[in-house]
Design a protein around this ligand. Structure first.
Ligand SMILES: NC(=O)c1ccc[n+]([C@@H]2O[C@H](COP(=O)([O-])OP(=O)(O)OC[C@H]3O[C@@H](n4cnc5c(N)ncnc54)[C@H](O)[C@@H]3O)[C@@H](O)[C@H]2O)c1
Length: 337
């Protein structure tokens, strides 16, 4: 199965990024697009809180649907890519997998770890591929950090700080991000990126604690978490109270520190112990959004197993957010695992 027929459900901010990227890939036909709002099924530029380089894709080449059930009945898809409000992730992914379709769903995998378990069960029952778009696992600067941690290139990691800030998401048509029961608030929707990177690169901590404040979504929109890895501390900061988007990390190893920031230009820097100047680390100039889809489609083609972004591991990330909420509520450290 080299050439793949791909359908997209959810043609808003990130759906457009995925459609534009898929349209550029070899052996991929984006045959159908579904959005419940007809006004989304037209050519438009991409607008989310990060510049992706993706241009408007040519939707006139696809069949369009306003009802997902109808698209499922009429199309013979190999793959479904979903970029829907988070409260729909589990339901739509399970429905597609039960129709024998491999599914790539946007993060967060689901609102709860219990829903994640149902998604994994649907994957196993139907023998299809299923992956969550945890794009940092494929983001060049974060891949460089992951490799340095795994290979102990600069010795052991002793401390890692990850920060992700933005204003409240304003681009969605019905403001579903602003309802914590649909989006999970910033602690799930946005902090999850760094939580998931910690799970991916370091596994589960021995304990964690967090402080957080309720914001305009009615959920935790401002959070600071500390994860304890027996000798290595990870701190994860996230807020929807900023005026502009930024993501960064500072990683302190035994013999060097690595620093990544978005402003003024994305730059990954390394400072070796004893050095007086930073070295700029060169990474690929491609976004994690492109890489994650290429990786998933090659899993579907049977070219390699999914070892980078398994559903079991992305479910662990959702479970960590649940523990952070518990820590915030109880003002205590929570033991993990
Ligand atoms: N990986 C990232 O960096 C990143 C960035 C932004 C958003 N996201 C995630 O992507 C998902 C989508 O976010 P977005 O920014 O694209 O939101 P959005 O509101 O811009 O788009 C969602 C689209 O889904 C459509 N929709 C809603 N219900 C539907 C249904 N029942 N059937 C068909 N279409 C339906 C809406 O009309 C809308 O066009 C979210 O889970 C979000 O957390 C990820």
């Amino acid at each position: 199965m080299e050439r793949l027929k791909v359908g997209l459900c959810g043609c808003g901010g990130l759906g457009r990024v995925h459609a534009a990227n898929l349209a550029q890939m070899e052996d991929v036909d984006v045959v159908a697009v579904c959005d419940k709002r007809p006004e989304q099924l037209v050519a438009k530029d991409v607008t989310i809180n990060i510049s992706t380089g993706a241009k408007a894709f040519d939707i006139t080449k696809c069949r369009t649907y306003t009802d997902f059930g109808t698209m499922l009945r009429k199309e013979k898809l190999d793959v479904l890519v979903t970029a829907l409000p988070t409260d729909l992730h589990a339901k739509i992914a399970i429905k597609a997998m039960n129709n024998g379709i491999s599914v790539f769903t946007e993060k967060p995998m689901a609102l709860t770890s219990k829903q994640c378990t149902s998604m994994i069960a649907a994957r196993d029952k139907n023998g299809v591929q299923f992956m969550v778009g945890q794009c940092l696992r494929f983001w060049p600067e974060y891949v460089a950090l992951y490799n340095a941690i795994r290979d102990k290139t600069y010795g052991k990691l002793e401390s890692l700080t990850m920060t992700r800030i933005a204003g409240y998401p304003s681009w969605s048509a019905d403001s579903w991000f602003m309802n914590h029961e649909r989006s999970g608030a910033a602690i799930l929707d946005m902090s999850l990126h760094d939580v998931d990177f910690a799970i991916h690169s370091l596994g589960k901590p021995t304990a964690l604690t967090a402080g957080g404040f309720i914001g305009r979504t009615g959920g935790i929109d401002d959070v600071a978490a500390i994860w304890d890895y027996d000798g290595c501390m990870v701190s994860i900061r996230c807020s929807w109270k900023a005026q502009a988007f930024a993501m960064s990390f500072q990683a302190f190893f035994e013999t060097a520190s690595m620093d990544f920031g978005m402003a003024p230009d994305p730059a990954l820097r390394l400072r070796r112990a004893g050095a007086t100047e930073d070295e700029k680390v060169q990474v690929e100039s491609v976004t994690g959004y492109v890489r994650e889809l290429q990786y998933f489609l090659d899993c579907v083609r049977g070219r390699h197993p999914n070892t980078v972004c398994s559903a079991e591991s992305t479910r662990d990330s959702i479970a960590m957010i649940e523990l952070e909420r518990k820590a915030i509520k109880t003002h205590r450290w929570v033991k993990v695992g």
